[in-house]
Design a protein around this ligand. Structure first.
Ligand code: C2O
Ligand code: CU
Ligand code: CU
Length: 430
């Protein structure tokens, strides 16, 4: 740390990656040839990033899940061209969480992410430091970026749009850019920071032979660990799970056929697909790890957002290709939120395809789905939620600070073909 500022630099560039032995696939990455370094900062720190674009076209870098000024958000209004450098800076002011970063250029986000541009951005705070969670990065605290690709006959990324919903569904699943990934485990428990970094595919992640403890969702820790068989993760969503291992054993995180809700028959969403995601190989002796436990920080309780304080209800209806009948227009502000106010956003997919709703700048709570309380895995802080077709999702959020009447934040479907196709809107906090 220098002067309380954490400085990062990233270079978006082309390269080649060996997904298959002996085959060089042309890919994009930050610094390296595929994906990007894990960035990490602490609540209260200032962050300054220098991003250089060494691609042959404009890009941007969006800090997904981050609470920050709109001009630093890295959406389509912060694109920068080949050879240019973008220098955002902001203060980390939100609870510990597993966030991520990825390009967000207008109309080409799917391609930029698919080619490999994405990375994790981990936040820490006092509560996460005091928690008894596996926390040695790369040893018992493991990033797990799950993505699917179509590799053509020559082993190159196939971006052909076959016109299907919800975009490209790959036939190869890779973890952290590795096909057939495994992790050596040396402790009794490991924390897996699961990120669905795919452009379209939804996964149902779990183990066949054991349960796991969900400890955090998109925006931070749950109130207490939640034991689950598996969890559905749509594009953009994260889940931190803790898994217990026995000495010498091997187990596999896999994606079972996902429960996608109601989907109209002609749309292939990948409902029949199952994949291995990550093999865990335990050493013959494992260092002890404590049960996951933590106390909610005082600060978080004081910060609690209450439905009773909501002063505005907005409704968002997603059809096949627009939100509230409108396509994204960079020059149009769709919604104006009052700074400091609490709002309820009612969101629904009105057609027989699911969507994934993401809101920039805030973490929200899912209040209800069709009037019922959400399942416990959706009760924690979220910035992205899978919308089963035909169901009403009520989301509670507060627009804390950072006013800018001219620079909008985005809300959109995180199935990136839909986002690029115009299922995105803009709001300002003023
Ligand atoms: Cu992860 Cu607006 O995006
Ligand atoms: Cu985002
Ligand atoms: Cu969508």
């Amino acid at each position: 740390m220098v002067d309380g500022t954490r400085v990062f630099s990233l270079v978006a560039q082309e390269g080649t990656t060996e997904f298959r032995p002996g085959v060089e696939t042309r890919t994009w990455g930050y610094d390296g040839s595929y994906l990007g370094p894990t960035l990490r900062a602490e609540r209260g720190e200032r962050v300054a990033v220098e991003v250089t674009n060494n691609l042959d076209q404009p890009t941007s870098v969006h800090w997904h899940g981050m609470h920050l000024p709109a001009a630093m958000d890295g959406g389509p209004h912060q694109e920068f061209g080949p050879g240019d450098t973008w220098r955002p800076t902001w203060e980390i002011d939100q609870p510990a969480a597993t966030l991520w970063y990825h390009p967000h250029p207008h109309g080409t986000t799917e391609e930029h992410v698919y080619r490999g541009l994405a990375g994790m951005f981990l936040l820490d705070d006092d509560a996460s430091r005091a928690a008894t969670l596996p926390d040695t990065y790369g040893v018992d605290d493991i990033p797990v970026v799950v993505q699917d690709k179509v590799l053509d006959q020559n082993g190159q990324l196939d971006l052909t749009d076959d016109g299907g919903e919800p975009g490209i569904l790959g036939n190869v699943v890779m973890t952290n850019g590795t096909v057939g990934a495994y992790q050596d485990v040396t402790t009794e428990r490991v924390r897996l920071r699961l990120l669905n970094g795919s452009t379209a595919r939804t996964y149902q992640l779990g183990f066949e032979d054991r349960q796991m403890d969900l400890v955090a969702t998109d925006g931070g820790l749950l109130e207490a660990p939640l034991r689950l068989d598996d969890i559905r993760l749509a594009p953009g969503e994260r889940a931190d799970v803790v898994v217990t291992m026995e000495p010498g054993e091997t187990t596999r995180l896999h994606s079972a056929e996902p429960d996608l809700g109601s989907v109209a028959a002609p749309f292939a969403m990948g409902a029949n697909d199952a994949f291995d995601v990550l093999e865990l190989r335990a050493a013959d002796e494992l260092a002890p790890s404590p049960e996951p436990a933590w106390e909610e920080s005082q600060h978080d309780r004081a910060d609690e957002v209450r439905e009773a304080d909501a002063t505005e209800t907005r409704r968002f209806e997603l059809d096949e290709n627009s939100i509230n009948g409108k396509k994204m227009d960079m020059g149009r502000i769709d919604e104006v939120a009052e700074v400091g106010s609490t709002e309820v956003w009612e969101v629904r997919s009105t057609v027989q395809i699911p969507h994934t709703f993401h809101v920039h700048d805030v973490q929200f709570r899912v209040l209800s789905i069709d009037g019922e309380p959400p399942p416990p895995e959706l009760a924690g802080p979220k910035d992205t939620v899978y919308l089963e077709s035909g169901r009403d999702y009520r989301l509670l959020m507060r627009f804390e600070d950072y006013t800018d009447p001219d620079m909008p934040y985005m809300y959109h479907c995180h199935m990136l073909k839909h986002e690029d196709g115009g299922m995105m809107g803009q709001f300002v906090v003023a």
